[in-house]
Design a protein around this ligand. Structure first.
Ligand SMILES: Nc1ncnc2c1ncn2[C@@H]1O[C@H](COP(=O)(O)OP(=O)(O)OP(=O)(O)O)[C@@H](O)[C@H]1O
Ligand SMILES: [Mg+2]
Length: 252
């Protein structure tokens, strides 16, 4: 194990009743890097994030976030993270700006109004800022949700399917933002169903399947798991999607 990893996960297990969702999950995430956790629906991605965010207790195994054990030092972990859940956690009754001000106040920041206005501008929500969130489109809610998770400069950010339901332009905006975050030293753990998202963004990609991490590496490393591309009329590099399906197919 590397001592300075932002996230370390060892032998994590979690069952719901008789259903074993995590059967010994191991991985680590280097500081300031972007790590993508891929997996089919129900693979246990959200479960893993909930354990790392101290919202759920593991049955066995250990995990540390920012150097703190999630079970022993949950308060320190919570101080170190921010979480954008799979489903937008915005308050519909409030305006977008009020949502942001609320979080800035909860984080005890000196000038919540300015923080809110800066984020509205950065997420192209200035015009909609004064409107109730109930009137926002899905993409606008998603952008607001991510903006809320950026308040307070947490060293570790969890993004559970950050671009689900976004249009291509909004997805690219979010990708840009995630890259900027990692560039400034924030560690990002994201889950995604979009394999091109992992290709675009992640320094390392792990595939969670049947309760375990069955592949973990850079995109280049994962590509080597497949035989070299055949030369017929055109040379074709495998996409991450093909690698993903081939690896999962082997394990069925
Ligand atoms: N509170 C719960 N009680 C019972 N079963 C649960 C609970 N939460 C999750 N599960 C089950 O655990 C499995 C993993 O769920 P999880 O939400 O972690 O998957 P996921 O990889 O995030 O899937 P998706 O891509 O659909 O978001 C699923 O079969 C789910 O039904
Ligand atoms: Mg999920």
């Amino acid at each position: 194990m590397s001592a300075d990893a932002a996230i370390q996960v060892r032998g994590l297990q979690k069952s719901y009743g008789k259903q074993e969702v995590l059967r010994g999950v191991d991985f680590e995430v280097a500081r300031g890097s972007i790590f993508a956790l891929l997996g089919s629906n129900g693979a246990g991605k959200t479960t893993t994030i909930r354990i790392l965010a101290t919202l759920l207790r593991a049955d066995a195994g250990t995990a540390t976030v920012n150097g703190f054990d999630v079970a022993e030092h949950a308060d320190d972990v919570r101080q170190s993270i921010s979480l954008t859940g799979q489903f937008a956690a915005v308050d519909e009754i409030l305006s977008g700006r009020e949502n942001l001000v609320l979080v800035a106040k909860l984080r005890h920041l000196p000038d919540p109004g300015t923080v809110a206005d800066d984020l509205l501008a950065r997420f192209s929500l200035t015009e909609a800022g004064a409107r109730r969130v109930a009137t926002y489109s899905g993409g606008m809610r998603r952008r607001l949700d991510i903006a809320m998770s950026l308040i307070g400069d947490s060293p570790v950010i969890f993004l559970d399917e950050p671009t689900a339901g976004l249009d291509p332009e909004a997805r690219i905006e979010v990708w840009q933002l995630v890259k900027e975050l990692a560039g400034s030293g924030t560690t990002v753990l994201l889950t995604t169903q979009y394999l091109d998202e992992a290709e675009q963004l992640a320094d390392r990609i792990a595939i969670l399947h049947q309760g375990r991490i069955i592949a973990n590496g850079t995109l280049a490393e994962l590509k080597q798991l497949l035989p070299p591309a055949k030369v017929e009329y055109v040379e074709k590099q495998p996409t991450l999607e093909e690698i993903f399906l081939a690896i999962i197919g082997d394990k069925r």
